[in-house]
Design a protein around this ligand. Structure first.
Ligand SMILES: Cc1ncc(COP(=O)(O)O)c(C=O)c1O
Length: 432
């Protein structure tokens, strides 16, 4: 966070920011307040948070009902060890999320990466407990599942994971046939889906513990969307092979896909589901891994070696549970807020798509994205950073992924604010 001497911003001498190269990055702004879709800096600048602060802020910053729920819970029970004890907020959240997701068992952790780690460990140990040798995990090219070691291993190997390559376990990988990018020389989505499914089928000939995917959209690798039919066909093949299916809904969960869960929009029922980010409305760090009853039962035995020996200090933190319950209330009271995001984006994105330099516009629920036409696409491509600077000057915060520009604002963003985001992008594109 920037510290100011008078007006001169400088790096704080004791902070280390995430995924930030101090030698080249812009000094972070100091934010002192959040209100709805807006962030307010120490200098009084108001910025529309068009990416929900890394896809986290679900309804809006400072959402009063969530803030009140956390305060009430804090006054009552702030934390309790979840091994010997349970508490009402965790029980209520487990029942409600189970009813909503169709997965019977809920295991708490701290963030999206740990929710994925837990899903992988559950899947792996489930087979181990059954005494079956299934030694393969399958993930998709371009996947991102988090920054801890297991999550990195199943993610696409990249600049981010390169130093750790020797420490990452082997994962088989199937192509991800994102259907927005229609290069003339490339086959259409059907042909690419067929190729991807053929590869998956071949990989599944090896006894496989689990297949992990981000249903309908790979987020961090560039908002790469696939058709619902593809996700259903993946599930069909996974079932045929008897493997477990893990849906990483850390990004897509809680309405971001236009349905409460992208798995439901795609028409699949995974065995395990990882959730975080919007879980607490974006107020507190918490992850959950939902598991089917069949997976859970694989760990129930008098033999202690069949236990899932995994637990974090803050498991089922009551404040996080209270925030999650209040957030679920909001989602249940007004599902049209997330169901309607796609229609709110569409006319703006369609207008933007007419501009030269805009490639592959794509839309899923509250996630709108396009590519800037550049010669060498990739995370380090500076085109997005230039656009970020231009829109920032107009009071809009974006964080492009290389040349990929996307909007994923809080559900509570007003129409005039959404309009301002697109207007800022449009005028920036014209001046670039
Ligand atoms: C699909 C997906 N899985 C997992 C993660 C990791 O979540 P966290 O950053 O909370 O560890 C992310 C984060 O962006 C994500 O998008």
């Amino acid at each position: 966070m920037a510290q100011r001497d008078g007006d001169a911003p400088r790096w704080h001498p004791h902070l280390w920011h995430p995924t930030t190269q101090v030698a080249t990055a812009r000094i972070p702004e100091r934010v002192v307040r959040g209100e709805g879709a807006e962030l307010i800096t120490a200098g009084g600048e108001r910025l529309i948070d068009a990416i929900s602060s890394w896809w986290v802020t679900l309804h809006g910053h400072g959402e009063p009902s969530i803030a009140r729920a956390i305060a009430a819970q804090a006054a009552c029970l702030e934390q309790v060890i979840f091994a010997n004890f349970s508490h009402p907020a965790a029980e209520s959240l487990a029942s409600r999320l189970s009813a909503r997701s169709g997965l019977e068992r809920l295991f708490f952790s701290d963030n999206g990466s740990t929710a994925v780690e837990v899903a992988l460990k559950m899947a792996w140990q489930w087979w181990h407990n059954r005494g079956e040798q299934r030694r393969q995990l399958i993930a998709f090219e371009g996947a991102y599942h988090g920054d801890t070691f297991g999550a990195m291993a199943v993610g696409e190997r990249s600049l981010f994971s390169a130093p750790f390559e020797p420490l990452l376990f082997a994962v088989a990988r199937a192509p991800w046939p994102s259907s927005h990018w229609q290069e003339p020389e490339q086959p259409g989505p059907e042909a690419r889906e067929r190729q991807a499914l053929d590869t998956l089928e071949r990989l599944l000939e090896v006894p496989t513990a689990a297949v992990i995917l981000e249903p309908l959209v790979q987020g961090a690798s560039g908002m790469r969307m696939v058709r619902e039919t593809f996700v259903r066909e993946v599930e069909r093949r996974v079932r045929q092979a008897g493997a477990l299916l893990i849906a990483d809904e850390v990004l897509t969960g809680f309405g971001r896909s236009g349905r409460l869960f992208a798995s439901h929009r795609a028409g699949i029922r995974p065995d395990l589901m990882a959730l975080s980010k919007g879980l607490t409305g974006g107020f507190l760090p918490m992850g959950v891994t939902l598991a089917s009853e069949a997976v859970f039962q694989g760990f129930v035995a008098a033999d202690p070696s069949r236990t899932l020996f995994h637990g974090h200090s803050f498991t089922a933190n009551p404040l996080g549970c209270a925030a999650a319950l209040a957030s679920l209330d909001l989602l249940e009271q007004a599902p049209e807020r997330y169901e309607g995001m796609e229609a709110r984006h569409r006319p703006h994105l369609e207008r933007l798509a007419l501009l030269p330099g805009v490639r592959a516009p794509r839309l899923l629920g509250g996630i709108a994205a396009f590519d800037l036409a550049v010669e060498s696409p990739g995370y380090l491509n500076p085109a997005g950073r230039r656009l970020q600077d231009r829109v920032w000057e107009q009071g809009v915060f974006l964080r492009p992924l290389g040349q990929v520009i996307y909007l994923l604002p809080p559900l509570g963003i007003r129409d005039d604010q959404l309009e301002r985001c697109y207007a800022a992008i449009g005028s920036s594109l014209e001046s670039l």
